[in-house]
Design a binder for this molecule. Structure first.
Ligand SMILES: [Zn+2]
Length: 100
């Protein structure tokens, strides 16, 4: 369902409204001053992008910054958890193998 934005002519505030059709605009009132003197404002619409598209659009500097942040944050290193695990060879009973 599309979101339409209306601007109040009295207080200049904007109100977002979910509407099935544009023709329902006559019933819209400003959510701040309750005035019905509103006009629809055309706003840029959102375009769906997949996660791959978003990753492809990222600045290559972003990856470098993430790597630097990970290097400066030991808590973020996933290998830290592996280092804390008990190796199977040092346990008296390793348990049953996991069946997938
Ligand atoms: Zn208003």
């Amino acid at each position: 369902m599309p979101i339409y934005v209306y601007q109040c002519r009295r207080c200049d505030c904007r109100t977002e409204v979910f509407q099935r059709r544009m023709t329902a605009g006559s019933a819209v009132a400003c959510e701040f001053c309750k005035s019905a003197d509103v006009e629809r404002v055309f706003t840029p619409f959102a375009v769906y992008r997949s996660e791959l598209d978003r990753l492809a659009a990222l600045d290559p500097m972003y990856y470098k910054r993430v790597d630097q942040a990970m290097a400066n944050t030991p808590e973020a290193d996933p290998l830290r958890h592996l280092a804390r695990m008990t190796p199977f060879s040092s346990t008296p009973e390793a348990g049953d193998p996991i069946k997938f």
